[in-house]
Design a protein around this ligand. Structure first.
Ligand SMILES: [Zn+2]
Ligand SMILES: [Zn+2]
Length: 248
């Protein structure tokens, strides 16, 4: 059987379903029309550091203008260079991320890889290495699934960039950041992520892209970026599936 026949047999056996509502969809596109419209994909002018939408439609000032940043990133200078997000952590964006986090929605990964590839196209660089934010092993045992590592892998497949899930490790277990204020999150995460032994040569002088499912305060991403910068990465950028809230 040729590939086209295999494809149509598979589609008959497993017709593509919408990730949002489970309705049959025409192609393996991820979402049906109504669910697509309910998903807050980010477009237009965004903060160059975290990808949150900014008021205004166009890039200001044309070529050579300073990239715009949101208030949160101006107040808390990020230890990375640039950042993007595929969607807001709201409505369908929140549902998709929670499904992924709880490990029962592996079907979100491939479309999520495509959404990340589209959101990050301006910040990808040649020879860039993709690394996920690590989970501490105790949490990995409990959850059995590091959604960030799977997103990094899906993005690598879409872009052809290399990914390494083992570059960063948690130096210590940290309590869940849920419910903490932003300052408390940064205190909790400071120094909590480090480079795995023997990985320095992999990142030295190389641009690195950190991938995570959600950015809220940016505390976890900051801990990861600081570890990479300290150990000689050329330039560190971040890319997340969903940007939560108006961080302060
Ligand atoms: Zn749907
Ligand atoms: Zn920002």
């Amino acid at each position: 059987m040729n590939g086209g026949v295999v494809q149509s047999v598979l589609q008959t056996l497993y017709p593509p379903r919408c990730l949002g509502c489970g309705a049959r969809v025409e192609s393996d596109f991820g979402l049906c029309g109504p669910c697509w419209r309910e998903t807050p994909f980010i477009s237009g002018l965004v903060c160059d550091a975290c990808g949150i939408p900014l008021p205004g439609e166009q890039e200001p000032g044309g070529p050579g203008a300073e990239p715009a940043q949101c208030d949160a990133c101006l107040v808390r200078v990020r230890p990375w260079a640039r950042g993007r997000a595929a969607m807001l952590y709201e409505s369908m964006g929140r549902r998709l991320v929670l499904g992924l986090k709880h490990g029962d929605r592996h079907d979100v990964l491939r479309p999520a890889g495509r959404w990340l590839a589209r959101a990050g196209r301006e910040i990808f660089a040649r020879n860039m290495l993709i690394v996920p934010v690590p989970l501490h092993w105790t949490r990995l045992v409990k959850r059995r699934f590091n959604q960030s590592a799977h997103l990094a892998e899906a993005l690598a497949r879409e872009t052809g960039l290399r990914h390494r899930p083992d570059v960063l490790i948690r130096a210590r277990a940290t309590p869940s950041l849920g419910g903490m204020g932003h300052d408390h999150r940064f205190q909790t995460m400071a120094g909590a992520i480090t480079l795995r032994e023997g990985q320095r040569r992999r990142i030295a002088g190389r641009p690195v892209l950190i991938v995570d499912d959600v950015m809220t305060s940016g505390a976890s991403l900051s801990a990861a970026a600081e570890a990479l910068v300290t150990h000689g990465a050329a330039e560190v950028s971040i890319l997340v599936l969903a940007r939560a809230g108006r961080a302060t």
